[in-house]
Design a protein around this ligand. Structure first.
Ligand SMILES: [Zn+2]
Length: 556
């Protein structure tokens, strides 16, 4: 930890920690005081350190530490051993680590973690090699992150996990029964790293490993340095949902290397990464898949903007007011509007110039926090260079500080889904669908069709759709989710058991929250089902998912 010269106290964020002592490196006691706890922020721990520059805090995390999820064996694929995983972003790590828990702070760290055999521990740092034997059948694992990272990027997982190499600098950890499936789905990882480097410069973190977690992980992925955390729900058997991996990998530049200094600027992490993700997909799988994925995201962003209102502060990139807190921006608009902003700038200045600038932005701000103001100032200095005509065309301030979509927005290729949209229109008119065409379509095309179906469909039409397209049996979780949402909106009884099974296994907030929402919107029929399911599944969800669903189910 760095201390400014002359400082004699240090204040750390804590939440629910039980502090037993604070000492200096020689064991001398240091006075400390726990301040008043604030809702959602925890309590400041003020330590009087005098002229000492190394302090030791002995503490225990609380049983309900929000960052940590303790899984019982039944929640794992193997079913035999317990599992631990953490999720630090945005401000949860203070529930298990006393630290200055802001994305504007950076720190290096080392850790030694002891776990009972046969559990293996991984962290978002480089492994110190083979674990050492410890007392009573335990092993001690050591880790080092020698590059300064924001505290939310410290992560841990422990379970009955094994490793498979994917390439010279990449590999995957997961439970033994998941290993072959996970490795096959991630087979393009090394090519993705190469593509990302060709786009925006050297990968600076050494290894790029991933862990495929049990399905209760609350997010799709988390870009923990050198150890991306992934939901198993991206495994579709055909690598059609690996945009998620490209996304987490891209965070190695936008997010982990250059980090939003405040959560009000989280579009700098997420929007830039969503743009970068799309460029990786284009490089690896071609323009068709890239433009389809972009069009799909663009359409869902337009829906959200329409729903929230194009004058609502939540649809600006730089978030203000209530939205500026750590949990702001969860509407998803910052991801796709941020990506659209950069696609627009790219189309105006030309790809070559834009890429040179973006790579140099990462370079100039490597291992540093950044703000919207810094991003725009850098773009003006190094890309616009005083060209008044170009400045007017770009509408930079409007993009970043105003809600809604500026008039210069680059719309996705209108032909991206030409065939599918025609099929959806035909279905709307005559209730017929070409099964053969569906079987040829990409994952994005299938999702597009499902999003364009009439929202109100009678039971017999839903049964026919399922029979023709095999939706309930889909191994693609995005398709399965879209199907379940559509059926619940139509109070389609035959889909309820599958919904219940899905919600009892999957804890990914992106899927779980909308399904409960769809049920709660269906009057007594849906509310009864939602409450019955949630009473059984709530305890199995991570705090992040639980908080989201509590708002939906308990609000009633
Ligand atoms: Zn992200």
């Amino acid at each position: 930890m760095m201390a400014s010269e002359g400082a004699d106290t240090v204040i750390l964020d804590t939440m629910g920690l039980e502090i037993s002592s604070v000492t200096d490196s020689d064991g001398g006691k240091l006075p400390f005081e726990m301040g008043t706890a604030k809702e959602g922020m925890g309590a400041p721990l003020t330590i009087t350190m005098g002229d000492k520059r190394q302090i030791v805090v002995a503490y225990k995390s609380g049983p309900d530490a929000a960052a940590l999820q303790w899984l019982v064996p039944e929640q794992t694929a193997g079913g035999k051993h317990p599992y631990l995983l953490s999720q630090g972003q945005p401000t949860l790590n203070r529930t298990w680590i006393p630290t200055q828990d802001s994305p504007g702070i950076r720190q290096t760290w080392e850790a030694k973690i002891t776990a009972p055999e046969p559990l293996t521990v991984v962290m978002s740092g480089l492994s110190g090699g083979e674990p050492a034997s410890a007392a009573e059948g335990s092993r001690t694992f050591s880790f080092l992150m020698d590059k300064p990272v924001a505290p939310y990027l410290i992560a841990i997982a422990a379970g009955d996990i094994v490793f498979k190499e994917l390439g010279p600098r990449s590999g995957v950890w997961t439970e033994p029964v998941m290993l072959d499936k996970a490795a096959a789905e991630l087979a393009d990882t090394e090519k993705m790293i190469d593509a990302a480097e060709e786009l925006y410069g050297e990968y600076r973190w050494g290894r790029y490993d991933m862990i495929v977690l049990p399905p209760s992980f609350p997010y799709g992925g988390m870009e923990n340095p050198v150890m991306t955390f992934l939901t198993p729900t991206f495994i579709a058997g055909d690598r059609s949902l690996t945009g998620l991996v490209a996304h987490e990998l891209a965070h190695s530049w936008s997010g982990n290397l250059v980090t939003n200094a405040n959560w009000s600027d989280s579009w700098l992490n997420e929007g830039t990464t969503s743009y970068f993700e799309n460029r990786i997909i284009e490089k690896l799988y071609g323009t068709k898949r890239a433009s389809q994925e972009r069009a799909l995201n663009f359409a869902s962003m337009e829906d959200t903007i329409a729903e929230k209102g194009s004058d609502s502060a939540i649809t600006a990139l730089h978030l203000t007011g209530e939205e500026a807190g750590p949990d702001g921006g969860t509407s998803g608009v910052i991801y796709d509007k941020g990506a659209s902003f950069l696609h627009t700038v790219e189309s105006i200045v030309g790809r070559e110039k834009f890429d040179i600038w973006l790579e140099s932005w990462f370079d100039r701000h490597a291992f540093q926090p950044a703000t919207s103001a810094m991003f725009l100032a850098d773009m003006r200095k190094n890309l616009v260079k005083g060209d008044k005509e170009l400045e007017a065309k770009l509408m930079l301030d409007e993009w970043v500080y105003k809600p809604g979509l500026p008039s210069n927005v680059l719309r996705p290729d209108p032909d991206a889904f030409a065939e599918v949209d025609k099929a959806a229109t035909a279905y709307g008119a005559s209730r017929t669908l070409d099964k053969a065409a569906w079987s040829e379509w990409t994952s994005a095309e299938r999702l597009r069709l499902l999003s364009k179906l009439p929202t109100e469909l009678p039971d017999e039409e839903l049964a026919k759709l399922d029979g023709d397209l095999g939706l309930a049996a889909s191994e693609n979780n995005e398709i399965l989710f879209a199907w379940l949402e559509l059926t619940l909106q139509n109070r389609y009884e035959p889909a309820v058991p599958l919904t219940e099974k899905f919600l009892a296994t999957v804890g990914r907030r992106k899927f779980v929250a909308p399904l409960f929402e769809a049920l709660m919107e269906q009057g007594d029929w849906g509310k009864t089902i939602a409450k019955r399911i949630y009473a059984k599944t709530r305890d199995s969800y991570h705090a992040v998912t639980r908080a989201g669903v509590d708002r939906i189910v308990k609000a009633d």
